[in-house]
Design a protein around this ligand. Structure first.
Ligand code: SF4
Ligand code: SF4
Length: 246
């Protein structure tokens, strides 16, 4: 079991203006920010920090697409995007700690593979939980976090905290993909099952993760990268918006 400090530092705790904090975080570079109450179902290790700050930075459109012969792939693991996200996340934790609140930063997914201490936390607290509880998106049929404006073209990070934030009163508890099945049809190995997500369901309910992983292993031979991402590219919610440059 992981052990975390249970004692708050003996400094004055300031009140929090949640809307002011959101404005600050957006000014620091986040595309999306939301606060969610994640106390239900939280692993025992995290129960002293029941609020989640979900942070996202969008990916530039049309970058990250790879082509080789008849094969196409899309990588949403942009290091530059994740570095922006980490910088924003650091500012959030620094501010909250300076006010006496406890925080735990779970960085973007690209940090998963580095073997660091925080990389061990992903299995205990996924960004998807923070984002759905914060009302920023739902889990699409593709198994990816989907936002109504940006689709799945976002990188996510989370800060867990005991700061008394005003959390979203309308978290997502089910998918909003409706009858769309573009990602289902785009998947080259039929790994996506065309099922709408409901909170509490395991990923296996709507996606065959082994088949997806096997296909991505195959792409290494073609692209020298472990990627596919065609379900991200196919999502109509992540397309170009009016007046947007890329
Ligand atoms: S990443 Fe590729 S193989 Fe995996 S579910 Fe998406 S489209 Fe299918
Ligand atoms: S492509 Fe359609 S079904 Fe798939 S995640 Fe996006 S909205 Fe949902």
């Amino acid at each position: 079991m992981l052990n975390f400090p249970l004692q708050r530092r003996e400094i004055h705790l300031k009140t929090i203006d949640s809307e002011d904090l959101k404005t600050k975080i957006t000014d620091w570079g986040a595309t999306l920010v939301g606060f969610g109450d994640v106390s239900v179902g939280l692993a025992p290790e995290f129960r002293y920090i029941p609020n989640a700050i979900a942070l996202a930075v969008r990916h530039p459109l049309y970058r990250g697409t790879y082509k080789c012969g008849s094969m196409t792939a899309y990588s949403n693991q942009y290091e530059e995007v994740d570095r922006v996200l980490e910088t924003v996340q650091k500012k959030v934790t620094t501010l909250l700690k300076s006010q006496g609140w406890r925080t735990l930063a779970i960085p973007p997914d690209s940090a998963k593979a580095d073997g660091s201490f925080v990389s061990k936390l992903y299995s205990l607290f996924p960004h998807k939980t923070a984002a759905t509880c914060a009302g920023l998106g739902w889990i699409g049929k593709s198994g990816l976090l989907v936002n109504k404006l940006y689709g799945a073209r976002l990188s996510w990070a989370t800060v867990l905290t005991d700061a008394p934030l005003t959390t979203c009163p309308t978290p997502y508890t089910e998918g909003k993909c409706g009858s769309c099945s573009r990602c289902v049809n785009a998947c080259p190995v039929s790994a996506i099952k065309d099922e709408n997500w409901k909170r509490g369901e395991k990923p296996e309910t709507f996606i065959d993760v082994d088949t997806c992983a096997d296909y991505m292993s195959y792409t290494v031979k073609v692209f020298q990268k472990y990627i596919c991402g065609l379900c991200v590219l196919a999502c109509p919610l992540g397309g170009r918006r009016k007046n947007e440059s890329c």
